[in-house]
Structure formats: C-alpha cells, structure tokens
Design a protein around this ligand. Structure first.
Ligand code: FAD
Length: 300
C-alpha cells in the first residue's frame, strides 16, 4: 500500500479533484470483474498521460495503463497503485492516413475509415477497446491484423521521452508486439496508412468480418482467453477436453465458444482464474499443448 505522503504528492500534481481513490475497476472492464484501484486517474490528453507517468515513475508508484479493459482480468483484490485510464481522443484524417490518439475507441477509428472510404481496418470491426490496446495486442480477425495498416507510432518511453518510430520496430506477430512484453512503453498516437477504396467493397469486407464474429458470446467477457496454438484453435482443444459449459462460481466456459469465459453474474476474478488453470491443465494433459494467455492478468 502507498504511504499517505506519496499520495498527497501525486494528488498535488494531478489535481485532487482528478485523482480518485479506491475506485472499483469492474465497471471499467468488459468482464465486469475487478477489485479497486487504490488510485485512479483518467488522462484526457497526451500531456496528462505524460505528466501522470513521469510522476508515478519519479515517486515509484506502481502504475497500470488501462484502455477499454476488454482484454484484461483484474484481481478481486484490485491494483495497489495508480490505474491510468487512457482517454485521449483526438483523431485526424489527411489524404490516406488517419492519426489516432491511444484512447480513441477502435469502433470510432473503423467508422472514420469507412466515412472517408479508406480500407485496411475492416478486420477491427466489432472489436471493443481502444486504439492503444489494439496496437499492444495486434488485434484483428482471421489472418488480418491492425498492424498491417500501421505506418508509425508515437510513444512515451521508459526515459520519459516522446519518440516516434516506424512499425517495423514493434515486432508485431499474432496477438503480439514488443509493447506486450514491455509495459514501460506507453502508446500515445498511431498513424495508419490506408487505401482509398470503393465504399461498396469496404462495406462488404466489413460485413464479412462482422458475420465471422456473430458466433461470439454476448455475455460479459474479455474475448478469447487464449491465443490459438499454431495450426489449431484453443476453442477446439478446450472443447475436446469436455470443459465447454464448465462453471466455477459464477464464471463459465462459454457453452457457445469454449475459448471465451463468461461472467454469468458478479463472477470473481478467482473463479475465472480457476477456469483458466483448469483449461490449461486439461489441454496440456490430453494434447501436450501449452495454452498461452491472450488476456492480461493484473494484480494477481
Ligand atoms: C466480446 C469481445 C470480442 C473481442 N474480439 C476480439 C477480436 O475479434 N480480435 C481481437 O484481436 N481481440 C478481440 N477482443 C479482445 C480486445 O477487445 C482487444 O484485444 C482490444 O484491442 C483490447 O483493447 P483495450 O483498449 O480494451 O485494452 P485493455 O484491456 O485496456 O489493455 C490491454 C493491454 O494493453 C495495455 N495498454 C492499453 N492501452 C495502452 C497504451 N496506450 N499504451 C501502452 N499499453 C496500453 C494495457 O496495459 C494491457 O496490458 C475481444 C474482446 C471482447 C470483450
């Protein structure tokens, strides 16, 4: 737990009206699960993000960056530090490029691209969360990923400097990037290079991606829990162990899609974690395959 003096110092810099204490994180995640953040700050501009991050680093306060909370499971005990919720919302279109700050909802980015007849982001339709979270996890569908349309990224680095670089540095892979392994890199802005396209073609591509998502559960979840192993599907493997529909407390392996864990009603993070371990152990035992988490665990 943080000492009161440190909290006062942070409060002075971020503003006592803006720095909230003991905020339940459940409503900030699509799972609807998670205990309290000891401290919580909504950063609305890149300047505010930078100020918050530089200050917590100086004061040695643990910090977690939260986007849309759609790929994250937060512990029932919450987070003993500052949760910085990214709310920077600027988005600009220039010729075939879109520049989007990290807090822009992915759904808005997809809509803006459609409005300007720009193609390349159709695979992101229907994916919740923010641009920053999507870049970290290289979100996408089928064999198309957001990184395929990225031109450059601006970050706050671990030395507190704002730097921009081309996407080649980011080591994007299937649901992966160097951001995932290094949380000291905070994404501030992403520039997408897209292609002018006939609106009818964009509409049809978008429809196809949406259709592919129509079998996903509608209950509260964090999307796919595990990455698909090479040439296989995590859902198929879990299903084959007989765990489809398995419940622990109020969490359940979705009867509709075995790679989703759903929150039936006020499930605990501990319930979800128990199902995660059960699925991993069962798949390892039956197939010798180690299921790797796609979601991020916080506070465990
Ligand atoms: C119903 C449902 C369907 C989904 N379908 C898909 C799908 O089809 N394809 C897919 O790829 N995903 C899917 N997801 C998962 C999820 O929506 C994506 O991974 C999304 O891109 C996560 O974004 P977020 O802002 O919610 O990230 P969060 O959950 O808030 O954060 C995820 C990680 O990114 C980090 N992070 C967030 N913002 C920043 C930033 N600015 N700088 C540095 N680090 C940051 C966080 O610290 C955390 O480690 C689905 C989820 C749900 C609930």
């Amino acid at each position: 737990m943080l000492n009161p003096k440190t909290i006062r110092q942070l409060s002075k810099i971020l503003g006592s009206d803006r720095l909230k204490k003991n905020v339940s994180l459940a409503s900030y995640t699509t799972f609807g699960i998670g205990g309290p953040a000891q401290l919580f700050y909504e950063a609305k501009t890149n300047k505010e993000i930078t100020k918050a991050i530089k200050t917590v680093r100086k004061l040695k306060i643990p910090c977690f960056i939260l986007g849309g909370g759609s790929n994250t499971l937060i512990a029932d005990s919450g987070f003993p530090g500052l949760v910085t919720k990214i709310e920077s919302q600027k988005i600009k279109v220039k010729n075939n490029t879109i520049s989007a700050e990290a807090g822009v909802p992915l759904s808005k980015l997809v809509k803006v691209a459609q409005k300007y007849s720009l193609s390349g982001l159709e695979c992101c339709v229907g994916i919740p969360g923010t641009v920053g979270g999507a870049v970290v996890g290289n979100a996408g569908a089928k064999d198309q990923w957001i990184s395929q349309s990225i031109k450059s990224i601006t970050i706050l680095n671990k030395n507190g400097k704002i730097i921009s670089f081309k996407k080649d540095y980011c080591r994007f892979g299937y649901r992966n990037s160097f951001f995932k392994k290094d949380p000291s890199k905070i994404i501030l802005k992403t520039i997408f290079k897209l292609k002018k396209e006939n609106p009818k073609i964009i509409k049809e591509k978008t429809r196809q991606f949406l259709e592919a998502k129509s079998n996903q559960p509608k209950e509260k979840s964090a999307g796919s829990i595990f990455k698909n192993p090479a040439n296989d599907s995590a859902g198929r493997l879990i299903d084959a162990t007989g765990l489809r529909g398995k419940k622990v407390g109020n969490a359940q392996i979705s009867p509709q899609h075995a790679n989703f864990i759903i929150n039936l009603n006020k499930a605990k993070a501990g319930d979800v974690l128990a199902l995660i371990k059960l699925a991993q152990n069962s798949v390892k035992e039956k197939f010798g395959v180690k299921l790797e988490l796609e979601i991020k665990l916080i506070g465990f």
